[in-house]
Write a protein that binds this ligand. Sequence first.
Ligand code: AP5
Length: 232
Amino acid sequence: MLPLDERPVAKLDRAVIFLGPPGSGKGTQAKGLAEKYGIPHLSTGDMLREHVAKGTPLGLMARPLMDHGELVPDSVILRMVAERIERPDCFHGFVFDGFPRTVTQAKYLGELLKQHGLKQPFVIFMVIGTSVLMKRMTGRRICKVCGEIYNIYERPPKVEGMCDIDGGELIHRPDDREEVVGPRLHAYEKQTAPLVVYYRRLGLLCDIDARKSVDEVRQDILQAVGSIRGER
Ligand code: AP5
C-alpha cells in the first residue's frame, strides 16, 4: 500500500483552519495540506504582504500595524476574505492560515461558510510553547519567488540566501525582527488565543503537537484530516 501522504485523495469540501501562535508552523503545514487536497491555501498574512508590496491603499494602511506586530482591523480582513472565497477555486473547500484571528472574525466566517453551503470548519490547533518561537521566527527565510519557507537553524537552504526549488532570493520578513516578535506574541495571547476556547466548545478543535519535526507534524495532520473526512 502507498504511504499515507502519497495516496491520491478527493477534494475536501470543507474549510480547514490553522490556528496557533506566530512561528508555530501554520504556513509550512497549510501549504502542503492544500496541495494534497487540491484546494487553495489562503494566508491572510500573504494577502496583506502582497498589498504592502504593491503599495495599494490597503497595503499602506496595514503596513505600520504589521511592522509593529499589531492586528489589522477586522473590517478590512473580513472584506478581503469574503472577496477571496467567492472565487470558483474555493467551491470545494480551502485551507486558512492566519484567519480567523479574533472571535469577531470566527463568527463572521461561520456565517460565510453557511452561505456557501460548506460544513463547519475543521480547526487544527498547533500546540507549542513560546520558548522555541523566537528562534523559529528570527531564523525564518522565505523565497521571494515561490514562497517556500526555510529556517537558517532548522531547515537551511542548500546555498545560503537562495531557494533550493527555483534559485529565488530568500528574504527576512520585517516583522520577524526580534523587537517585533514580542508584540506579535502578545497580540496572539490577547486577541487570538480566545479562539481556542471558542472552537473547543463547538467541538471543532483538533490539537496537534507542533514541537515535533516538520515531517512528523505533517503526518499527524494528514491522519487527523483523513479521519474526519465524510464524518461530520
Ligand atoms: P501572518 O503572516 O499570518 O503571520 P503569523 O500568524 O504571525 O504566523 P507566521 O507566518 O509568523 O508563522 P507560521 O505559524 O505560519 O510559521 P511558519 O510555517 O512560517 O500575519 C502577519 C501579520 O499580518 C500579523 O501580525 C497581522 O498584522 C496581519 N494579519 C494577518 N492575518 C490577519 C488577520 N486574520 N487579522 C488581523 N491581522 C492579520 O514557520 C516558522 C518558522 O519555523 C520557519 O522558518 C519554518 O521553517 C520553521 N518551522 C516550521 N515548522 C517547524 C517544525 N516542525 N520544526 C522546526 N522548524 C519549523
